[in-house]
Design a protein around this ligand. Structure first.
Ligand SMILES: *Cc1c(COP(=O)(O)O)cnc(C)c1O
Length: 344
């Protein structure tokens, strides 16, 4: 009963098989392998973006940081939510790579166009002394398991365009959001006004690959230089390409995301029936729920693994509601979910 994170699960067997498959003979290094050509073509096709520049890196932090560094100047500021992964969970890597600072747009998991507009207007009014306006970074699925609708995404991108600012999408859980919205990758990105995407793979069954996709090819060379200078250009690159190729083959990425979301929906339904309170509406594969300490203790003793959200199991009041985060990946068995729910 492992619900701690979607990067705690195994690598999909088809991905490991693809690595073994790629592991013979010789290939050009540093991204000149022929598998990368296939991956680039496939991603361009999937995103309906024939001119897109596509790169692979091994972590989401690298994808976000290098993308944002390419979109910004050191004297600019990046606008994001206060719970953004780039703010809370990347040890200042985006600031380190870009030299820019982050401006937190007041609000919750989702930025509102009004709050974003206000934050943008508050910057760049101090001439040479203050930060200059820079990119907007949006997380889809958000860090609280909610999903921006296409209208919400478009509204944020419209604000960005009003001020001529570029938009980055942190899609560590891109596939989970896509199957939740049931839209096309183009609709969730460039058609809405997104300029660059961190297209996640690791949380959805890869060993460690995320793609960075630029819809504006003019940024491509700068990104390449930054990736190399930032020590994220893999020499044996074919093993990154092979993972991404397996991910895209026969829609494994969508199939895995559908499984993860269905697992979370099953879990959420059971939690709801058991009277749990939801802190955020679960829309993809993450659930934030509260239920009594006594139930947490029972689950904990039976071996369930998940994070308590700012709470601890310690304490005498067994009726007290404790919040937790439960994440499902593609690999969790329904038997595990059902066991969890029956213990609950
Ligand atoms: C997991 C995650 C990342 C990437 O994290 P890494 O540990 O660097 O791979 C980025 N953004 C969000 C929203 C995430 O959940």
């Amino acid at each position: 009963m492992y619900f701690a994170s979607d990067n705690s699960g195994p690598v999909h067997p088809q991905v490991l098989a693809a690595l073994t498959e790629a592991n013979h003979g010789y290939q050009m290094a540093y991204g000149a392998d022929h598998l990368m050509n296939e991956v680039r073509d496939q991603i361009r096709g999937i995103f309906e973006a024939p001119g897109a520049a596509v790169y692979l890196v091994a972590t989401g932090t690298a994808a976000n940081s290098l993308a944002l560094a390419t979109l910004s100047k050191p004297w600019e500021t990046v606008f994001c939510s206060p719970v953004a992964h780039i703010h809370e969970d990347e040890c200042n890597a985006p600031e380190f790579y870009s030299g820019a600072k982050l401006t937190l747009v007041p609000g919750g998991d989702k930025m509102s166009p009004q709050a974003l507009t206000k934050s943008i207007q508050q910057e760049e009014n101090r001439g040479v002394h203050g930060p200059q306006r820079g990119p907007i970074s949006i997380t889809q699925v958000t860090e609280r398991g909610s999903v921006y609708s296409l209208a919400e995404l478009r509204a944020l991108c419209d604000v960005a365009k009003t001020y001529d600012l570029p938009v980055h999408l942190d899609g560590a859980r891109f596939s989970n959001a896509l199957v939740s919205l049931n839209c096309s990758p183009a609709e969730m990105t460039w058609k809405a006004g997104v300029d660059v995407v961190s297209f996640g793979g690791t949380k959805n069954g890869l060993l460690g690959v995320e793609a960075v996709i630029f819809f504006d090819e003019s940024k491509a060379w700068e990104f390449e230089l930054r990736r190399k200078r930032g020590a994220h250009l893999f020499s044996k690159h074919r093993y990154l390409s092979a993972q991404m190729a397996a991910y895209l083959q026969d829609d494994l990425w969508l199939e895995s995301a559908r499984k993860a979301n269905a697992n979370a929906a099953r879990l959420a339904e059971g939690l709801h029936a058991a009277g749990a309170e939801f802190l955020h509406e679960p829309q993809a594969n993450m659930i934030f729920a509260g239920f009594p300490r006594s139930q947490h203790k029972r689950l904990h003793e039976a071996g369930a693994i998940y994070h308590l959200w700012g709470d601890t199991l310690e304490g005498e009041d067994n009726d007290e509601l404790l919040a937790c985060r439960l994440v499902c990946d593609w690999s969790i068995g329904t038997d595990q979910i059902d066991r969890f729910l029956s213990l609950l």
